[in-house]
Design a protein around this ligand. Structure first.
Ligand code: PAF
Length: 297
């Protein structure tokens, strides 16, 4: 496994791989790897023989007062895990290498960041879009893998790839959970034992929402209210947002008359946790018959 810290070296290596006809697959991470990241890497392996993982805690996506300094890091442990997964190269630059002295070009999307996490983390998606654009130009992947846990991030990256004409296939992979349902996240390490129990309320409230929708509830206000009550009944939780939105535009939906994305962000102690689910409305029997008849025509 090659460990590369210099941009020019990474670019030269990727050029060589491409010339040799290898498919370059990139899994971007901020390190402190867990099973969720490993599942992205395993998914990536199916797409090509050159599997590159980037490890870079990107200062541009942290706002003032956020956890840039305390973000968990364990580079040696990450490398051990990556070796076991058969990763071919790790790209791990420092902030000076990535942003230099006079950095002044940022990638900013106009609409998608005006929803969900973008409202409380105003610089986050600009930082993500900028670093991911740089990683695409440095690692030159054919395929890049991102988790659905960061659903809005995945939508932002798909949009930027379309808008900026990157010839890169973006693959989104399902959220990996602990056995009790908590979505895996490097920030889970911030949780005390009691906060860890409170954190289960995120997934539980999403599951409840799914159950309500399956039972025919369509009004999003009622579903969000139920979820909020469930979360607030747990100690040390502070809701940032709970939203039910169009899966593509992320605009709020009032009625679940088509598949909808429910997303939430909740602070549990000092950990800000996010999770989401696709809510699929129940197709009534008469609608189902109508649709089947149409499909038969
Ligand atoms: O999801 C993450 O870990 C980060 O936001 C990413 C995509 C590696 C960009 O820094």
């Amino acid at each position: 496994m090659e460990i590369i810290t210099v941009i020019k070296d990474m670019q030269a290596r990727s050029d060589k791989m491409r010339q040799e006809g290898k498919t370059v697959v990139l899994v971007p991470t901020m390190g402190f790897l867990h099973e969720g990241h490993l599942s992205l890497i395993r998914e990536g392996r199916a797409y090509g023989e050159d599997l590159v993982v980037s490890i870079f805690v990107n200062p541009a996506q942290f706002g003032p007062g956020e956890d840039l300094e305390s973000y968990p890091r364990d580079f040696e442990r990450d490398l051990d895990l990556l070796r076991k997964e058969g990763v071919t190269a790790v790209f791990s630059p420092d902030a000076q290498e990535m942003y230099g002295e006079n950095f002044q070009t940022f990638v900013e999307l106009e609409k998608l960041p005006k929803h969900l996490c973008g409202l409380s983390r105003p610089v986050f998606f600009r930082g993500v879009a900028t670093v991911v654009t740089k990683l695409f130009n440095i690692v030159k992947p054919h395929v890049a893998i991102f988790g659905e846990k960061d659903y809005q991030q995945l939508m932002v990256i798909r949009q930027l790839v379309r808008d900026l004409n990157f010839e890169i296939k973006i693959v989104g992979t399902r959220t990996i959970r602990e056995t009790d349902g908590l979505a895996m996240s490097s920030r889970n390490t911030y949780l005390s034992e009691n906060q860890r129990i409170s954190a289960l309320a995120l997934n539980q409230s999403l599951q409840k929402a799914q159950e309500l929708v399956e039972n025919g509830q369509k009004d999003t206000f009622g579903i969000i209210d139920t979820a909020a009550r469930m979360i607030r009944s747990h100690r040390e939780t502070e809701i940032d947002y709970i939203a039910i939105c169009d899966p593509e535009t992320l605009d709020d939906m009032e009625t679940i008359d088509r598949p909808a994305r429910m997303a939430l962000a909740v602070k549990v102690g000092k950990a800000r946790l996010i999770d989401n689910i696709l809510l699929k409305p129940k197709v009534s029997e008469s609608n189902f018959k109508k649709r089947s008849r149409k499909a038969d025509q």
